[in-house]
Design a protein around this ligand. Sequence first.
Ligand code: GLN
Length: 256
Amino acid sequence: MGDPQGINNDRRLDVLSLYPKDMNIYGDSGNVLTVTRRIECYGYQPVVHSYNQGDAWPNHIDIVLGGGGQDSGQRKIQDDFMARSDQLHALVEAGTPMLVVCGLYQLFGKYFETIDGYRIPGIGIFDAITVGRKKRLIGNIVEDSSDFGTIVGYENHSGQTFLREGTEPLASVKQGEGNNLDDSTEGARVNNVIGTYLHGSLLPKNPEISDFLIRRAAELRYGAFEPVITPESGANIERLDRFANRARKVAESRPR
Ligand code: GLN
């Protein structure tokens, strides 16, 4: 059961936060807070590993979370990120759930060519390319997905992403722009990996996506998702969901 640090190894879930120093804008660190909070509510024990350039890679990873960043931040991490490509691909193939937002979503594709013509290579988990354009796409966004129902968030990007044939989008846009100005798609899905442009933070407003990540992580590590919910943690989940609904309503009603 417990180890000297008091970690319950029968119920722990290891969360990797990718590049929180350079890839973390518009509140993306809220995704890490939300996942860890909900993991606790379900009676599991979250252990968060923050991975920045040059850090040691954790021995075990159950969930990967990555945020957005300025073009300059994306350029800064590119070499280190490419050096981690094989490890990330192996996790994807093993079915590890991941959420990557905006800047890291772009770099989970083949490449991001910035507005000044510099091509930042991606690790190619998504068969998609991104090209920087003059018009930034900014504002609240509402979209329909088959797996998570209506997803609500906030986008702010110059890069426009184009999915190549055979790559599934995460959702289709109802209000806002999404991947690009041409095709009403937003984000991408492969295995248990979700790529999206949505900040907000995304997860506090979209509990279904948090629960998907946690459920898949528990299934993969322990064979089943078996939440242990106390009256107190049950009340906490209800409260989180109530706040989420209110935040979603506000975002949905605000003009861009
Ligand atoms: N720098 C990228 C762009 O502008 C990503 C921005 C972001 O992560 N919000 O497209």
